[in-house]
Design a protein around this ligand. Structure first.
Ligand code: VAH
Length: 319
């Protein structure tokens, strides 16, 4: 039976950290190659250096390791992306082209390309944003993901490259810190709570955003990628829904564990980005095509985040 050999780019990132561990459990450690542009000291020997914008380097890594699938997570996210728009565009698109060209030239089995709710803008319905809403993103990151979706669809239609994609909401997990996103508050806030420190939230307390717990996000990714090709009817990117909440709602949830948790609100430039995104997402196609169903609600997320972060900070003796 053919063995899947997987390359992950952006493996040191928030999602990559967990996806690599899960893929290794599924496919075998020896069959999952984790790469990133920058290697944290603790990841030396576990994650290998790769500039995903360099097609030659990607091809060498793929051929040298007999790779059959690529999960291309490397990207500059929404908030950080606004600091240097052209770098964001070049990084996000040049790396996607490198991956798509290597997949085409060497006939790889499957490619995963993460998109985001950041592809939506003012023209999309704010509530229950549908799969086929008009895309007018307000950030370079969102623009790069909207363009990337079209290129994924093109490579599927023209070259039969099996590219699959999800429009992730904000991802919340305890295993890794997010970097440069607009939804990062929803992770930072739990770290502050378990350390009994106050938190200054950079979004307004009533700004609703679509979110997903890491375990659901990783399961959705693998369920999409393991689904038979004929079930995948959307080759741009699937809307993915789990839950939506405001900062004040997550504070109320956390207060069930930390009644004295203090949060103040001091909005910054990320509030305008958040305001341009949907409050909730309709993912009918994902439900119909590959039976997507989320599991985690807000209190389930708080329960697991707090339990695991207390262990991470050695606070299990905490009352
Ligand atoms: C960001 N976490 O904030 C990412 C994500 C929907 C948000 O794309 O940029």
């Amino acid at each position: 039976m053919k063995v899947d050999r997987v390359l992950v780019t952006g493996a040191g990132g928030q999602l990559g950290t967990v996806l690599v561990k899960t893929l290794r459990k599924l496919k075998g450690v020896e069959n999952v190659l984790a790469t990133d542009l920058h290697i944290k000291p603790e990841d030396k020997g576990l994650i290998f250096p790769l500039d995903a914008t360099n097609e030659e380097a990607v091809a060498e890594m793929v051929l040298g390791n007999k790779i059959t699938q690529i999960y291309h997570l490397a990207a500059i996210l929404s908030a950080k992306g606004e600091e240097d728009p052209l770098l964001t565009w070049n990084t996000n698109l040049k790396s996607l082209f490198a991956i798509l060209e290597v997949a085409r030239k060497y006939n790889l089995d499957k490619i995963f390309f993460p998109s985001s709710i950041a592809v939506f803008g003012a023209s999309a319905p704010k509530e229950n944003t549908p799969q086929d809403a008009y895309l007018d993103p307000t950030t370079v990151y969102g623009t790069s993901k909207a363009a990337g979706e079209q290129w994924a669809n093109y490579y599927f239609k023209k070259y039969k490259v099996d590219v699959r994609s999800l429009r992730y909401p904000g991802i919340i997990g305890y295993q890794s810190l997010p970097g440069g996103g607009t939804t990062d508050y929803a992770v930072e806030i739990y770290h502050k709570a378990v350390n009994k420190e106050p938190y200054i939230c950079y979004l307004k307390e009533d700004t609703t955003l679509p979110m997903i717990y890491m375990n659901d996000a990783v399961r959705a990714t693998l369920e999409l990628m393991e689904a038979p090709a004929e079930k995948i009817k959307t080759r741009t990117s699937y809307n993915l829904n789990a839950l939506s909440f405001t900062p004040s709602q997550v504070v109320e949830s956390i207060k069930k564990w930390y009644p004295n948790f203090k949060v103040t609100y001091k909005e910054d430039y990320r509030e305008a980005i958040a305001q341009s995104w949907p409050s909730s997402i309709l993912d009918t196609q994902a439900q119909e095509d590959w039976q997507w169903q989320p599991h985690y609600l807000l209190d389930d997320i708080s329960n697991e985040m707090i339990t695991e972060l207390k262990k991470k900070y050695n606070l299990h003796s905490q009352l």
